[in-house]
Design a binder for this molecule. Structure first.
Ligand code: AVJ
Length: 319
């Protein structure tokens, strides 16, 4: 097992600067990556178990059936997973692949989080001792060219993580990836599809309020970094489907006029009642949108694997 680190050390000061800059824009925003401190990751884990939060319930069986169909394509290739996290998705996929094929694979988990890479690579090596693992800590949005290209590569980007990117960012990501891919390299991209708006909105407004807690937790993360005095209970969780952009937007809405202070700021951060902080986008795709992304990236869509209801797609693209 090899682990390689390409992450530049992001200093605490650059995190602070980014938080402050985002709270100063109009409208105010916070990048969704700040959700995931320890508690935020626990809350997200709880979200994935919620009845209303359908994406993993649809994607996981789809990963199984798709692996069955693609297993021969994985022979002798470098399997590169972007945003591998805890490697739970790839495990579902690998379980369907015969050991004789797994032996020929080198698995490259790529993630920004060094601990996640170290821990999950070790766990995975225990589960699949026959497979070679080469973990990489990198931000695939910025260091995509660092990913080794010795053999034919099979890229995976699961979990509809691409949905968190804006249209412009997603297009840039796809074109960058298209450029580093060689002929016959493949990509298996997980995307959440447009469906009944009620179903989508319920997935982000669960009855137990876990998503609300997850959303508000970002204010505690901000308090931890820039010593602000945000009271999460002074904000309301708002999540709705924005038709124009085909995305769920999550916001935190001030319940009253309020001011927030930080020793890192000269002036207060002022909120008018009902003013919002935009905390997340989660884009939902159509087949048309998928084709546009593939075209922009110079890739062709080979197959789209779906569940019966076409709620989620695993899109296989090839260069
Ligand atoms: C991890 C980005 C796929 O957008 O559905 C879940 C995050 N936010 N509930 C998503 C999330 C609120 C999730 N992704």
């Amino acid at each position: 097992m090899i682990i390689e680190d390409f992450m530049p050390k992001v200093g605490e000061s650059s995190i602070r600067e980014e938080m402050i800059a985002c709270l100063r824009t109009n409208p105010k925003t916070l990048p969704s990556m700040f959700f995931y401190d320890h508690h935020g990751s626990e809350l997200f884990e709880m979200i994935t178990n919620l009845e209303e939060y359908y994406p993993p319930k649809v994607e996981i069986p789809l990963l199984r059936s798709t692996a069955q169909k693609l297993k021969q394509e994985l022979k002798d290739c470098d399997l590169v997973e972007l945003g591998s996290g805890d490697c739970s998705k790839i495990s579902v996929f690998l379980d369907e692949i015969p050991e004789e094929i797994r032996q020929t694979i080198v698995y490259y988990p790529v993630d920004v989080c060094k601990q996640a890479i170290e821990k999950s690579a070790c766990n995975l090596q225990d589960t699949y001792p026959e497979m070679n693992i080469h973990g990489i800590t990198a931000d695939f949005l910025e260091h995509i060219e660092k990913i080794p290209a010795k053999r034919r590569r099979f890229f995976c980007f699961f979990g509809s993580t691409i949905g968190n990117l804006t249209e412009v960012q997603a297009m840039k990501f796809m074109t960058d990836l298209g450029k580093v891919m060689n002929n016959n390299d493949r990509l298996l991209l997980g995307v959440d599809m447009v469906k009944d708006i009620d179903i989508i909105e319920k997935a982000y407004n669960d009855s137990q309020g876990i998503t609300a807690e997850f959303n508000k937790n970002i204010l505690k993360v901000v308090n931890d970094h820039i010593e602000t005095d945000f009271y999460p209970e002074e904000f309301e969780h708002v999540a709705f489907f924005n038709k124009k952009h085909s995305r769920i937007e999550m916001h935190l809405k001030a319940k009253k006029d309020l001011e927030v202070t930080s020793p890192f700021l000269k002036d207060q951060i002022v909120f008018k009642k009902d003013e919002t902080i935009h905390t997340e986008n989660s884009h939902k795709y159509t087949v048309d949108g998928i084709n546009k992304m593939a075209n922009a990236a110079g890739l062709s869509v080979e197959s789209i694997f779906n569940d019966d209801k076409k709620w989620f797609s695993l899109v296989e693209m090839v260069k």
